[in-house]
Design a binder for this molecule. Structure first.
Ligand code: V07
Length: 261
């Protein structure tokens, strides 16, 4: 499927004189599992929440770099359905971060024409968190630049279950016929229906698992893993991931998707 709105190259062309990356092949959609914040703090004998706060600063930094490079969508795994099992004080702190982040960064987000979006089950989030998220999505809904897409209370299997339930409902109401259900039908019922599939998945902190993140959507995505802890993740690390992605793509010699399998 072609996503016309993701074909705008103007920003990439503007920056194409810079030397350190190939701006012809910037991945349109990058997804990141931002792992290692607790470990970063532990190494410094500091409370885990200090690591989370440092991680939030990295989000800001990487969002700027992604925007400057002309990335169209940056999907960040901020809070999983599993994260509720953590100590209450830690969960409370994590839930305060969206508001904190937006209070500090929203003016720059507007200047940069960045659009904030979300995937995940928002309803059960604390009221304050919900309010901050809704306000940011509302305020930025006409912005046409980078989509900064936060996965909040997101779990991929729950997303798939909910898609299946809705498809069955629509089938019972005669809005969908069983014979017409195909991969594109499933895509349309996922929370990412409006987005292109991720081209590149990054996971930090040495873990090499998907942890229930975008299971369906990552079918053809390139994976890139690093031992770097998320608070230490830098512009340079980010560009290294993109360069590796570009090298892999060049090796495929233009073959895409299913032709490679
Ligand atoms: C969170 C910082 C990054 C590392 C991962 C865990 C901690 C930014 C946000 C955020 C979310 C939504 C939004 C604006 C900002 C965030 C949580 C955790 C729950 F609209 N960082 N960050 N949310 N961490």
């Amino acid at each position: 499927m072609v996503f016309k709105q993701f074909m705008n190259k103007s920003k990439q062309e503007k920056k194409s004189t810079e030397s350190d990356a190939n701006f012809e092949m910037i991945p349109s959609h990058i997804a990141i599992i931002m792992d290692g914040n607790g470990r970063w703090a532990k190494k410094r004998a500091m409370p885990r929440i200090v690591g989370h706060h440092e991680g939030m600063k990295t989000v800001r930094k990487i969002a700027r770099v992604a925007d400057d490079l002309g990335v169209k969508v940056l999907t960040l795994y901020a809070f999983s359905t599993e994260n509720w099992k953590r100590p209450k004080t830690e969960v409370n702190y994590l839930m305060s971060l969206p508001e904190k982040f937006l209070n500090e960064f929203l003016p720059e987000i507007m200047e940069r024409n960045i659009r904030i979006q979300m995937i995940g089950e928002k309803e059960v989030l604390p009221e304050n968190t919900k309010r901050a998220l809704n306000k940011a999505m509302e305020q930025t809904k006409h912005n046409t630049g980078l989509i900064l897409n936060f996965a909040m209370n997101y779990g991929s299997r729950a997303e798939i279950v909910s898609a299946i339930k809705q498809i069955v409902k629509d089938a019972q109401e005669g809005k969908v016929t069983i014979d017409s259900i195909n991969e594109d039908t499933i895509n349309q019922y996922l929370m990412t229906s409006h987005l292109p599939e991720p081209d590149l998945l990054i996971r930090t902190s040495g873990e090499v698992r998907l942890s229930n993140f975008l299971l369906w959507q990552l079918a053809y995505t390139e994976f890139w893993f690093t031992d770097t802890l998320w608070p230490d993740f830098s512009e340079e690390t980010f560009k290294e991931a993109i360069r590796d992605y570009q090298k892999r793509n060049r090796r495929y010699g233009g073959l895409k998707g299913e032709e490679m399998n």
